[in-house]
Design a binder for this molecule. Structure first.
Ligand code: HAM
Length: 414
């Protein structure tokens, strides 16, 4: 039997209704912040991620699903949503829309990672990108939205950590100091880190290798080398978050795994598992990197599978939607009546089931019970002739006589 590829997941009906509930609540919140949905291709030209996410990141160096298509072009399955969204923003002239442009997405992402708890090869992200505002107020707006998502899903055990990783101006000074620190033990770092030393030493701080992590202890932190503008920006973010009553911790160790970040970066951590559920930050250079005008932006993405774990723990009462009615019928004329009623009630938005097996009375009863139908109507010869039947509430056992007429039944199902 062919099995699903490692690191992928089937979302079955026993779970998909929970995804739908989560997505519905999140969508409502995104609407309230006036973010609009964007959908971008599953695959892009490889160069987009090389330039956007960064040549020296783990994502680009180790984790991309890259292949040549039949036309010989190098194509990559999107490992994240920001690069594609910014490409679409530029390619479709969205810069001429009222600024800021506020976009959200809910899309599958692909990373060839070592599979473990909370780490898949196909996973989903709900993300937002706020393009156009360089103000600290935009950072706060986006962080508040992130916080509100956890609130909307009744998830309490979440910790917000923030940091600033500066701008290209202050970073070059920091990189010098960092190279001095790492350079002392460079021969002990992994081969990937060695290749990062000259081009992008900050990436070394993000290495997942145990030995490299140990060597990184005590490294100088970007937050201590911020220029005045970045420092001011970060102070304003912190003070506004405090005003908004949002609790946060400063974690100078957050470097984020993608190269496009500038200034504020943040993560929401599941306090029970220690996993990062939401990651994001400001990326003021990306639009320009892709050939557009200088345009600041800020955003985040939540890992939906990780979020689902937390949602499940905190929302045990969410139940699958059950059919409003099962219409039981045996015999061809009775079946016609059942079909007519089913069609018309379904058009009115009710969930209605009927026999499509030519099953016996008894097995239809069993089936109606198994699928948890809330009400049951039996159409037999008598009911057909009199056009009157009993509707039974399956939870209370209560029965009522009703005319076999859509409007009458509708009133009871409501
Ligand atoms: P990221 O930190 O790479 O950021 O991913 C965001 C979230 O996606 C993570 O916190 C995690 O919950 C989830 N995630 C990442 N990799 C996996 C995986 N292999 N399996 C399961 N979940 C995973 C970004 O992707 C940025 N594009 C976020 C962003 C948007 N920054 C600005 N705008």
């Amino acid at each position: 039997m062919i099995q699903r590829p490692k690191g992928t997941k089937d979302i079955l009906p026993t779970e998909s209704y929970k995804w739908q509930d989560l997505e519905k609540r999140v969508k409502k919140l995104l609407d309230s912040y006036n973010f609009k949905e964007i959908r971008v291709p599953v695959f892009e030209h490889t160069e987009l991620f090389q330039r956007g996410v960064g040549e020296t990141t783990d994502v680009v160096q180790k984790e991309m699903y890259t292949f040549n298509d039949k036309g010989g072009r190098s194509i990559t399955l999107r490992p994240e949503g920001t690069a594609g969204t910014v490409r679409a923003y530029l390619e479709n002239g969205m810069g001429s829309m009222p600024s800021p442009v506020k976009l959200w997405y809910n899309m599958g992402m692909y990373r060839y990672e070592n599979v473990q708890k909370g780490r898949l090869r196909e996973f989903h992200q709900i993300g937002v990108e706020l393009i156009g505002s360089g103000s600290y107020l935009a950072d706060v707006e986006v962080i508040l939205l992130g916080k509100s998502m956890f609130d909307a899903l009744n998830i309490p055990d979440i910790k917000l950590t923030i940091n600033s990783i500066g701008c290209p101006k202050c970073r070059s000074e920091y990189q010098k100091v960092l190279r001095e620190f790492i350079g002392k033990n460079l021969d002990q770092y992994c081969d990937t880190c060695k290749t990062r030393f000259e081009k992008n030493p900050m990436r070394i701080l993000d290495c997942k290798e145990k030995r490299c992590k140990e060597l990184n202890v005590g490294a100088p932190m970007m937050i201590d080398y911020l220029c005045d503008e970045c420092k001011d920006h970060f102070e304003n973010v912190k003070s506004m978050l405090t005003t908004a009553n949002v609790k946060f911790e400063i974690d100078p160790g957050i470097v984020r795994g993608l190269d496009y970040y500038t200034k504020t970066v943040f993560e929401f951590i599941d306090e029970k598992s220690g996993l990062t559920v939401l990651g994001g930050g400001r990326y003021d250079g990306l639009v320009e990197e892709f050939g557009g005008p200088s345009t600041p932006a800020v955003g985040f993405a939540i890992g939906v599978e990780r979020l689902m774990e937390m949602y499940n723990e905190n929302n045990p009462e969410v139940e699958e939607v059950k059919p409003d009615l099962y219409i039981l019928s045996v015999g061809s004329l009775e079946n016609k009546k059942a079909l007519e009623l089913t069609n018309s009630l379904r058009k009115d938005g009710f969930i209605v089931e009927k026999d499509i097996f030519e099953r016996s009375f008894k097995s239809q009863m069993k089936y109606a019970d198994k699928i948890g139908a809330k009400n049951l109507i039996v159409i037999g010869e008598n009911e057909l002739n009199s056009n009157i039947a009993k509707i039974k509430n399956m939870a209370t056992g209560e029965e009522k006589e009703v005319e076999l007429n859509n409007d009458v039944i509708k009133e009871i199902l409501k």
